[in-house]
Structures are given as structure tokens and as C-alpha cells.
Design a protein around this ligand. Structure first.
Ligand code: SF4
Ligand code: SF4
Length: 365
């Protein structure tokens, strides 16, 4: 039977309280809490948003997942891993303090924030996936100590993979530093000297010091670049060239294979929530305030990572005329990650969409 994707629709601009109510409805509908046993350690994967990001999923929504897990007798905690790039989430200490600033702490959510990849993102476990690209992948080491997983993803566009949703949140977001580097290794940016204003921002943010100043412009040393994409994100002058149309398919397939390494550990004890509110052109990793580009839709919930990301594309296409990837990054095809995840046996692209709760009418749905 095709998997079910539950949808709790909300009105555009609905309050955080109503969004949290939608999370509660879909998570309850999935029946996830029935899979939990007393004292199970439940990892709730979130993205707290980089500094200056205001459109990330809010802690009140996460608190609903905490409450549901705790009511089942489990021990929930909020989690994420260190980023490759420099920023507020580059190690567990900065990340925890930053998570606190954005409201992801015991006082506001009822659960502590604990990184699953150690102090510096190097605590890892190598697991077999037998994929097309990788035989093994390196995931965050403490994943293997958790009993269950709730993945809460903010649906956005993404400059490398077309969309950022559940597959990306798990595949990139629950791997170790070297797991992330491997996924990004196909990205090879170059600086266009005609456009470079020599502002130095890319040099400041590059995590491997691969960028130096040469003849009053920036220059990227290929051999030192790990393909994190940070220079692309921070350059305000469009001076960093890259060809994601060529590199994106490899990145997406690699992401799906890394997601497999995490998900297979949890078997049936995993559930996904995609939050389709405050949807932006790029993901919450960017250190800037982004504007909401399309009206809010609601919250999706499913026990199938393939189905929920496929539904995210389908539903945004039905409501907005174009799916999130087509709208924001038309040169990329985000379906690649979903198809590859299906090939890896992570789920099914065919699904049943089931509305939950009293819902407002949304044109297209
Ligand atoms: S951020 Fe862009 S403009 Fe500034 S130095 Fe780097 S490439 Fe040049
Ligand atoms: S040069 Fe490479 S490693 Fe440095 S920021 Fe750009 S993509 Fe990342």
C-alpha cells in the first residue's frame, strides 16, 4: 500500500500557535508515538537557523514533538550537527548557545539541545549503504545511540539541491563533517575576476582558507576547496562561478545515500514533518534575513521520507503553479534526490494525501 502523507493546512500568515497546532495534528495522525518505548531516546532533528535567519521553524512547533514523545514515556532531545562553513553552528558550543538564542532550549521547548556529532563535528560512525556512489557513508556518531528520530524540516529552495526538505535535512544534517565534505566534493567554484570587488568576505568565511588575494581579486585554490559552497552564498557581487546544473545531481544522489545511512538505523521508529510556511528562495543556513516568497500552506507529516518530499514538490506546484525548486532554482532538478532515495529503498514516490483537522480552503488543494 502506498504510504500516507498527512496535511494540516493553515491560513497564510497563521500564528506560531496555529502552526504548532498543525504539527500536533499531523504527528498524532502518523501514529509515531505508538512505536516508542519507555525511556527511548528520541532525537528531534531541527535547523535552528543561522544568525539573522528569521524564517526557520519556530521552537513552539518543536515543543509539540517534545510533548508527544514525552507523553509516550520517551526522552526527547533536540539535535543538529556542526556545519562545514564558519558561522554560529560550526561547533557544538557555538551551536548550543546559538540554538538558545533562537529559543531552542529546555525552557522553551521542554528538551535540551544536544549535537550528535560531538564537539567539532568529528564524532562519526561509518555505516554500509551499498549505494551507487558510496559503499559506506560517515554519519554523526551519536545517531547510533538514539532509539527514534523525528525530523522537522523547513521546506525551502536550495542553491545546490533545488529544494531543502527532509532528505537534505537527514542526508546533510545528520552526517559528520567528513560525511558532509564528501557530499560537497563535486562542487568546484571559481572567482570571476571581472566581477570580483575584492571585498574579502569569501576569504573570511572559507573554512579551509582556500581563497587568497591575487592581483586585487580573490582566487580559489582547487586543491584546498572542500566544496562547501559558502563563498557562493556570501558573495554579494555574483563573482563566484559554479555550475550546479552539472554538480547538483551528484550532490543530490550523495545526499540520498547519506540519508540512507541514518534512516536504516531507526527502522520503523522515524517520522518526518515538513513545514511549508515562510518558504524562502534559499535555506536557513544563510546568514541573512530572507523574505518569504510564497503564501504558507501548512504542515506535512509522514513515516516515509520519499513520499513527504515528493508531496512537498507536488503540493507547492499545485498551490503556487511551480514547485519550490522550479520557482527558485529552475536550472536544478530536485526530483533527483527523491528518485535516488526511492532507488535506495527509503520510500515510495506514490502516496496518499490525507488532510487532518478542520482546515481552511487553499486554492489548488
Ligand atoms: S566575496 Fe565576491 S567580491 Fe568579495 S572578494 Fe570574494 S569573490 Fe570577490
Ligand atoms: S572555496 Fe571551497 S571551501 Fe572555500 S568557501 Fe568556497 S566552496 Fe567552501
Amino acid at each position: 500500500m502506498n504510504p500516507t502523507v498527512y496535511l494540516a493546512k493553515i491560513e497564510d500568515g497563521a500564528s506560531v500557535g496555529l502552526q504548532a497546532e498543525a504539527v500536533k495534528k499531523v504527528l498524532t495522525a502518523t501514529g509515531f508515538s505508538k512505536s516508542l518505548r519507555k525511556l527511548d531516546m528520541v532525537a528531534i532533528k531541527v535547523h535552528v537557523g543561522e544568525k539573522n535567519n528569521t524564517t526557520h521553524v519556530k521552537p513552539e512547533l518543536v515543543a509539540e514533538a517534545v510533548n508527544i514523545s514525552r507523553s509516550a514515556g520517551a526522552q526527547p532531545f533536540i539535535t543538529d550537527t556542526a556545519t562545514l562553513y564558519k558561522g554560529e553552528r560550526e561547533n557544538a558550543i557555538k551551536h548550543t548557545i546559538h540554538a538558545y538564542r533562537h529559543g531552542f532550549h529546555v525552557g522553551r521547548t521542554g528538551a535540551p539541545f544536544i549535537a550528535l556529532d560531538g564537539l567539532s563535528g568529528t564524532d562519526e560512525a561509518e555505516v554500509e549503504v551499498n549505494g551507487q556512489l558510496h559503499n559506506t557513508v560517515k554519519i554523526a556518531g551519536q545517531v547510533l545511540l538514539a532509539d527514534a528520530l523525528i525530523v522537522i524540516s523547513h521546506a525551502t529552495g536550495h542553491m545546490g539541491s533545488g529544494i531543502g526538505a527532509a532528505i537534505k535535512n537527514v542526508g546533510m544534517g545528520l552526517t559528520s563533517r567528513s560525511g558532509k565534505m564528501r557530499q560537497h566534493s563535486s562542487i568546484t567554484p571559481e572567482v570571476n575576476p571581472e566581477k570580483c570587488e575584492n571585498c574579502g568576505k569569501c576569504r573570511k568565511w572559507c573554512p579551509t582558507d582556500a581563497i587568497s588575494e591575487r592581483e586585487n581579486v580573490s582566487y580559489i585554490a582547487r586543491e584546498d576547496c572542500i566544496g562547501c559552497g559558502e563563498c557562493i552564498a556570501v558573495c554579494r557581487y555574483g563573482a563566484v562561478k559554479y555550475d550546479f546544473a552539472i554538480e547538483s545531481p551528484v550532490l543530490q544522489r550523495s545526499m540520498a545515500e547519506h540519508a540512507a545511512g541514518v534512516i536504516r538505523h531507526f527502522r520503523e521508529k522515524v517520522v518526518y514533518l515538513n513545514v511549508l510556511t515562510d518558504m524562502t528562495r534559499d535555506c536557513d543556513c544563510l546568514n541573512k534575513r530572507q523574505k518569504k516568497e510564497v503564501p504558507d500552506i501548512g504542515v506535512l507529516g509522514s513515516k516515509d521520507i520519499v513520499a513527504i518530499d515528493q508531496a512537498t514538490l507536488d503540493i507547492t506546484a499545485r498551490v503556487h503553479g511551480q514547485n519550490l525548486g522550479e520557482k527558485f532554482h529552475p536550472k536544478l532538478d530536485p526530483a533527483i534526490q527523491i528518485e535516488h532515495a526511492e532507488k535506495m529503498g527509503l520510500g515510495n514516490r506514490k502516496y496518499r494525501l490525507t488532510p487532518v483537522g478542520q482546515v481552511p480552503e487553499i486554492a489548488g488543494l
